[in-house]
Design a protein around this ligand. Structure first.
Ligand code: FMN
Length: 197
């Protein structure tokens, strides 16, 4: 709990935007897992719903002088978070373009906040994507937690249809998820984040 009696807000970002994406049921699983962990208020931020255009702001985002309503709305969402978990796929040995576009849109809103990476893919389990993402997060002055959660062949762990699809994590994925949540909690304490909503 924060001093104000509120839990820090953890936003779980769904990075993949394509129809049928595996990332959506994985994010729903992780949101529930994070709620059970007990240290956070949790909300999902789905980049498919945010639906940003390709970056088109005239000024560097560090000034916060946004011209587009879509950027202003995204800024208001991200500003209220204390920590993030990014659920991201691996595309062509890196992370996906919609995620980079979303990260590039803002600056101060990301800064000084811990972030955990829940990566997934085929044989590489999203590990190469996480490695590519790490320096970008550091460049934005975010604080990546050491525990990443690579999920190999994630689609094999998803069953059901449409909105009813369910991701069933392997035991190692749950263990990694707990380490990521513990890492976020530790950084929230170290950084003195107060639940700034
Ligand atoms: C454009 C594209 C590129 C991909 N490249 C890789 C890759 O380099 N390494 C890998 O392990 N999986 C790769 N995959 C497999 C994806 O990681 C896998 O299909 C995953 O489910 C995609 O996430 P999503 O369903 O949430 O969009 C690729 C998939 C797509 C669509």
């Amino acid at each position: 709990m924060t001093e104000a009696g509120r839990r820090p807000l953890l936003q779980i970002i769904v990075a993949s935007t394509r129809p049928g994406r595996v990332g959506e049921p994985i994010a729903r699983w992780f949101a529930e897992y994070a709620r059970e962990h007990g240290a956070f208020d949790v909300e999902i931020v789905d980049l498919a719903d945010v639906d940003l255009p390709m970056f088109a702001e005239p000024e560097h985002p560090r000034f916060g002088r946004y011209t587009l309503d879509s950027t202003k709305a995204f800024s208001a969402i991200i500003a209220r978070a204390d920590a993030f978990a990014i659920v991201h796929p691996e595309y062509n040995h890196s992370y996906n373009a919609a995620l980079k576009n979303a990260l590039d849109h803002l600056n101060q809103e990301w800064a000084g906040k811990p972030v955990a990476l829940i990566g997934y893919g085929g044989v590489a389990a999203g590990a190469r994507a996480a490695e590519a993402l790490w320096p970008v997060l550091v460049g934005l002055r975010m604080v990546p937690v050491a525990a990443t959660v690579p999920i190999p062949f994630a689609a094999k762990n998803v069953s059901g249809e449409g909105d009813a699809r369910v991701f069933a994590p392997a035991a190692e994925t749950e263990t990694g998820g707990k380490a990521a949540l513990d890492g976020l909690t530790e950084w929230i304490g170290t950084l003195g984040l107060r639940g700034s909503r």
